[in-house]
Each structure stands twice: as C-alpha cells, then as structure tokens.
Design a protein around this ligand. Sequence first.
Ligand code: CA
Ligand code: CA
Length: 503
Amino acid sequence: MIDTTITVPAKGSSTGATPVPLGGTATASAGVAEVRVAVQDRLTKLWWRSDGTWGAWQQFAAVVAAPGATTSAWSVPWTAPGPGAYAVQAETRDLDGAGDATRAWVNFTWGAAPDAAVTFPQGNATVSSPVTLTGTAVDDTGVSAVRIAIQDRVTMRWWQPNGTWGAWRQLNATVAGSGTPSATWTYPWTAPGPGTYAVQVEAVDAFGVVDPSRAFRPFAVRAPGPALLTLAIGRADWGASDDCTVAEGAVPLDRIAAELAARGRTAAVGVVSTTTAEDTRRCQGGAILQASWADLTALRDAYGWTVFQRPNGPLSLMTPQQQVAETCGALPSLAARGHDRAWGLLAYANNTTDATIQTDLVSTCFAFGRAYGNGLTTRNGIGPPFWQSTRSFNGGACNDPTLDCYGLVVTGSRRYESPELLAALLAPTADTWRTVQLYRFVEGAHSGPGGAWDCTSPDWRGHWTSRAELYCVGDFLWAVDRIPAGVTVTDPAGVAALWGRVP
Ligand SMILES: [Ca+2]
Ligand SMILES: [Ca+2]
C-alpha cells in the first residue's frame, strides 16, 4: 500500500512565501524510497522544469525525512516565478520501485490577495436613493471581480436580488478596469426606503484569490427630497436685436418673466456684472443687448427673478486680481444692489471651466460652478470642487427634411431642439437638480442683421432660428406648461440652501 499526502500548501490556499515550502507525508508498507514532485501552472497547463522553464511534465525529488520507514514526512522548497495559479503533484516510490496508484494533487495560488474599498458613500454619510455605490479594488496582478452585499442595519438582514431581505447574499458589482491591478467598481442601488444600511465588499483576483478582509461601510438613506429645476437665461440678453435695437418678433425678458409669472415660475439670469450699465442696455456686436441694472431690478421686484454671476470672459486668461473681481469680488456689489443670491452660481464664460480656479477661488464664495453638460446635478454627486451641470438648449436648422430650412447652416451644425425633449428635461426626479439654459426668445417670422427665424408652423419641426441662441417662445412655454406638479423651480442659491451647500 503506497500513499502520498500534500499538507503544505493547504488545498486552495494562497501564499506569497518565497520559496513556497511544499510538503506532506509519504506512506509505503515496503518502505519509502523517494517522493517525486511536479508543479503545474494551471493557466497554461505547463510544468515546471529543472532548468527554470515551463514545458513538458517533469518531476523533481523531495527530501524524505526518514528514508526506508513505512511513513515519512517529505518536503521540498519551490520558488514561484511570479504571481499565478499553480498545482503541486506528489508521488511516493517504495523500496520495490512501485509508486502511488493515484498521485496527490493540491491547487494553490501565489501572490498578494486583492483588496477592495468603498469610496461612496463616505462612512456614515446620509445619501439619496437611488444611490450608486462605488469603490476601488487593487491587486498585484489583476482584479477579476468585486462582490458586494448590502445589509439593513436595523434588521441585520441582507439585500436579495429580487428586492427583498434575507440571508447573507453577495451581488456582483460592475468592474471597470477588470484584469488590471487597479480597478473601480459600481453598484446602483435603490433603497426600499429611508434607513440605515451598510455595504460589504470583497475583491477577487485573476487567480481566484478572494480578498481576506471585506470592507464594510455603514451609511444612511434619507427620505427623498424635492425634484429641483432651474430655468436659466444664459446672459442677460434683453432680447434678439438688429443693430442694437430689439428686433421685430423678439420677445424681451420682461415678457418672458410675465409669461413665467403667469405660470407661477421664475428664472435665474446670468449677469456680466462688470460690464452691466446702470440704465442703458449695452450693445455687443449688434445682436446682443445686455440688460441694464434697472432691467434686472425690475425683473427681480416684479417677477422674483434672481441673478447669477457670469465673468466677462475666460477666467484663466485673467490676472489674479481680475479673477477675484469677476468672481468673489463681484458679490458685495451685487448684494448692494439687492441681488443677494448671486452666490449660488458662477457661470464660466463659454464653458471655459478651470478646476484650479474653481477649487481655489470660486468654490470659496459660490455654491456651484457651471459646467455645460446634460444639466443634471444630483444631490449624491455634490462635492468638491462643486461643479454644477447646465444644459444649454438651442435653436438651429429645422427638423423637417422636406423644407428648405432643413439645410440651413447654423454655427455648430445646430438643429432646432425639440420642445418634447425640453419638456423631458424639465422633469427632474427627487433629489436631482436640472438646469436648462436658454438665451433669447422669438416669435413669428423675421429676418434681420441680428438673426432670422420662423416660428409660424403649427408643427415645431418646421421651426428654425439662424442662431443657436434663439428659440421660439411658444415652444419654450409649451414645455414649461408640462413641468410636472411637485417639481420645485428655484435658483442655484435655493438648491444650495436645500442641499446644505455653504460656500
Ligand atoms: Ca493577486
Ligand atoms: Ca480587503
């Protein structure tokens, strides 16, 4: 009777030892003569060879502690060439030259274990649901999977894939950077309600080695807050103009304000405070007629409009003194004019956002810095350096391919955006904030040096404007009329107050 066991490494274990001490027990009723060992790379199926290469099956001799005895310990050191999934095979030969009927076999891995961490929510943070749980996972060779589990901290039960609670249950997170040493993971989760929860997470590496220490992160989910919407007017353009005169068919801001007021809505308007004149509408390039302080005061007092600050050009091209004057330095003079909510938003001119300026300067006195995007800012996503997303909503060539206006060339290849899309944008969900920005409103049909448009078709697909910043007022108000009940229309300062963002 001949038998061999392998006790080191333990079956399925992971080690980083150099060398790896292979060992076990050999049993032979005729006396143990020798123990022969072979090591396989389980991924390539090749065998370790005495010349240090991998290739055809080859055995090497182990040290037998008690040669000739019926039972003896055996051992042999083996140095892994690097992280990997390996197997050791061992065979005893007795004094008669006979061997094991079946060779012993143990799988093991060599290398560092992976490690996972949670980056969101932060520890004991209170977040809104749905929440995207996120984190990192690292390994010496490659992360292959991340498994999470979510616990209700009151009932101590665990989240199940079918949306109930029960026994401990792991769920697969989505891994970005799988197969690399540094990966990130996400798991979108909709809490069944407010409460205290925790996420537990572990990583698995490319060789199947499991993170020996699971990360555990408690957090709370708040009751859903309001859905928030800001109607923004990009620059305080009084209205579409031809050669510095309000064009026929232009709908100036006071009419927009009245239309919104009739619907119980207000807007926030970007003001270039350093170039705004007292009573005169400053004309720029013939087509832009900047509202005066008197206009802005009237919009505020009659319609509840507020302003946010828009620097007079890219901050990154300004001297440090100018940067301050166009940002934090503008707030006291705005407040002195009664515009005391401008701290809600700094609108980088033409999307010339700058992370350093936002971090070091703007976020110290403004709640948010504007970056153009899909216009969706989530309460969970608010954090340094406090970017806010604004959706710029544009006019352009018409959408009906049978009409001549379909081929109109508008800067940026703009095509008139659908009022149905606008209505969809104006319907944010709980604890999210949508900001949609338009510029100058028009109606009827007109052609002049400051722009041309046709808003007369009963079908919006026939509407067009020669400039992206022009949009038909009827389409705008059609969408405003579809803002769902329960959506709170407010300005950036209002959002900051609701979400506890204090610059
Ligand atoms: Ca590893
Ligand atoms: Ca760990």
